[in-house]
Write a protein that binds this ligand. Structure first.
Ligand code: AMP
Length: 618
């Protein structure tokens, strides 16, 4: 299914594909996949060989941007202009990353400890979002070349432990690359989907996803119930991976062949060649029993047994993390029903063996461990495209949902990023004596005043038995089901009167509108807070004026003329401030009226009690 559009300026016919692509935006490598003839496939580059695009961005002397394999070649010759591992910087402040900033060959700047970091190249500053967008653009180009059509919709994966800021940053990077990011999906969820785990709604499963890449390790325990994925626990080490195996081999050779550490450190090209040879040895030993090669006119070798001994302690660390994850998920090891392997380093036979032995079961390792996350993202994209009708997916609410309360204030019931399905409720009451109807107006957005948010709908709860204000107990519940459909229930609990409506506009807000709404809420946070403060003060003042009027009417004979007039005067003054827009003036006037009437109210109360008690024997 493809639409055709014509570019009038260039006179070209652009084919537009409806395919939603799946992207694994990795620390070391990234890749893109989509469903072709019913099967997920990772897209190869123009060389028809590699599906992996190194997550590296190089700025050449003329500031031209190069991404991927050609950028990787510049790591040694121009480290300060070649940005790698940008995923580690996503959504982070300088404060978060300063401990490992020396790991980078490029400059991570510290303009402000609390603000999000930037990378400096020459005199320009780049945000991790912009840099990631370059990688995503490269992937978009790659898939467009393959399809000979443009694509605009994507699913992007992130680690399960990514927080909201990191997820948002990933979304923004997608947007910047011209992609409508339909969903951010957890990497372990995608990996499971690639193996079809979770696609059958009838089967409930508990899955462990073990992901050992080049520089990071994580393990996640997922529970899948009726097609809904939930992350029960995650564990890992963001600085543990295949690089550590390479380093162990280099150190072994140094000892074995009496190499001088200082000589090697000083010769960048030599140390790089040794590191690359160590990696080659490691990869060879995944299928063979021994390796031999040459570096700097010297022959080096390594046997599988020696290699296994070297890496055992590193693998053991990952097993400990698995143990922790199982414990945190409050499960016994035999309750984990499936184990999925992800990441290039899980090709090592000893890794497979140890993981399989720990979980006491066979592991899923048929798919290419480097591609499995992207393949799963493509499966998820296919589900979103509506091609797999039976599958439900766990998502989060993109914007807060709530109702309008007194004075046009937004009262959030389900906060932004709550898991779907989700249920939450709150109790309300009436504000007028004898009120029999209550309007429930539902809004979506992050602003304090409903007029700045998006109206989703409204209904009226009718037939509340007449009661004094404040007595009815009205419970309002928001329920979002797995399809993202919102139901709102309102029930007066004393009488059982209830109404329920269904609102289907969860997806009515486009990605773009959502971004605008969020931006607006950030931009206006300060003025919103002021507006909310003013409104709250006005509501409180109006209540106090009502009480003061009631008080004067009920207790006229108890007060001296001066007391009566002064109370009246302070009430009039307070009423005048409510007309204005100065919260402080309102608060001051409230304070004055309260302070003045406090002893009078006490006197009235004592008098009323005494009257009530008169003639009664204790
Ligand atoms: P990833 O970050 O998932 O792309 O994983 C890359 C890591 O996997 C690097 O450390 C590679 O050296 C390692 N790797 C790739 N292929 C193999 C292999 N055949 N055997 C062992 N390690 C491998």
């Amino acid at each position: 299914m493809a639409k055709i559009s014509i570019n009038l300026k260039e006179g070209k016919v652009n084919k537009q594909s409806n395919i939603i692509i799946g992207i694994d935006l990795g620390t070391t490598n990234s890749l893109v996949a989509y469903i072709k003839d019913g099967q997920p496939v990772a897209v190869k580059g123009v060389d028809h060989k590699n599906t992996l695009v190194p997550s590296i961005v190089h700025f050449d002397e003329n500031n031209k941007i190069i991404v991927g394999e050609s950028a990787k070649e510049k790591l040694i010759s121009a480290p300060e202009r070649t940005i790698y591992s940008v995923k580690r910087l996503m959504g982070k402040s300088f404060h978060d990353v300063k401990d490992f900033k020396d790991h980078y060959g490029y400059e991570v700047i510290d303009e402000d400890e609390e603000k999000l970091v930037k990378v400096k190249v020459d005199h320009r500053f780049y945000t991790p979002i912009e840099l990631s967008a370059e990688i995503l653009s490269e992937l978009k180009r790659r898939v467009e070349q393959d399809l000979e059509a443009s694509v605009s919709k994507a699913v992007i994966t992130v680690p399960a432990y990514f927080n909201d800021t990191q997820r948002q940053a990933t979304r923004d990077a997608g947007k910047l690359a011209g992609l409508d990011v339909l969903r951010i999906v957890n990497e372990p969820t995608a990996a499971s989907l690639a193996y079809g785990v979770g696609l059958n709604n009838e089967v409930d499963e508990t899955v462990a996803v073990y992901d050992l890449g080049g520089g990071t390790f994580d393990v996640s325990i997922l529970e899948i119930r009726a097609g809904i994925f939930e992350v029960l626990s995650t564990n890992g080490d963001t600085f543990l991976g295949g690089d550590d195996f390479d380093r162990a081999v280099v150190e072994y050779w140094m000892k074995q062949y009496n190499w001088n550490e200082k000589d090697i450190q000083e010769d960048k090209a030599l140390s790089q060649s040794i590191r690359l040879l160590a990696e080659e040895a490691k990869k060879t030993l995944s299928t063979k029993n021994s390796f031999s090669g040459h570096v700097n006119h010297q022959e080096v070798s390594l046997t599988k047994d020696a290699f296994n001994e070297l890496i055992s302690p590193i693998i053991q660390k990952t097993i400990q993390a698995c143990q922790e994850a199982v414990k945190d998920a409050k499960l016994d090891i035999d309750e984990i029903e499936k184990v999925v392997l992800v990441g290039g380093s899980t090709r090592i036979p000893l890794v497979k063996e140890k993981v399989s032995a720990f979980f006491q079961r066979e592991v899923f390792d048929d798919l290419d461990p480097d591609e499995v996350v992207a393949l799963g993202a493509a499966v998820q994209a296919d589900v979103l495209a509506g091609n797999q009708k039976d599958v439900l997916l766990l998502d989060v609410t993109p914007l807060s949902l709530g109702i309008e309360t007194v004075g046009g204030l937004m009262d959030t019931i389900i906060a932004r990023n709550a898991k779907i399905p989700s249920k939450a409720g709150r109790n309300y009451t009436t504000s007028v004596d004898g009120q029999t109807n209550l309007k429930v107006a539902i809004f979506q957005g992050e602003r304090d005043l409903v007029k700045d948010n998006r109206a989703l709908g409204e209904f009226i709860l009718k037939g509340i038995p007449p009661m004094p204000a404040g007595i009815p107990k009205i419970a309002i519940h928001f329920i979002i089901d797995a399809d993202g459909i919102l139901k709102v229930q309102a029930m007066e609990e004393r009488s059982g009167v209830k109404t329920e409506v269904e609102i289907r506009s969860q997806y009515g807000v486009s990605e773009e509108e959502m971004a605008i709404m969020l931006l607006e809420s950030l931009k206006n946070a300060e003025s919103d807070m002021k507006a909310r403060g003013l409104l709250e003060a006005k509501i409180e003042a109006k209540n106090i004026i009502l009480s003061a009027d009631k008080f004067l009417k009920a207790n006229k004979e108890l007060l001296s003329q001066e007391e009566y007039q002064q109370t009246q005067l302070l009430t009039i003054q307070l009423r005048a401030t409510v007309e204005g827009a100065d919260k402080h003036l309102i608060n001051e006037a409230m304070q004055q009226l309260n302070t003045y009437t406090h002893p009078l109210a006490h006197r009235a109360m004592d008098h009323n009690i005494a009257t009530a008690m008169k003639g009664k024997k204790l």
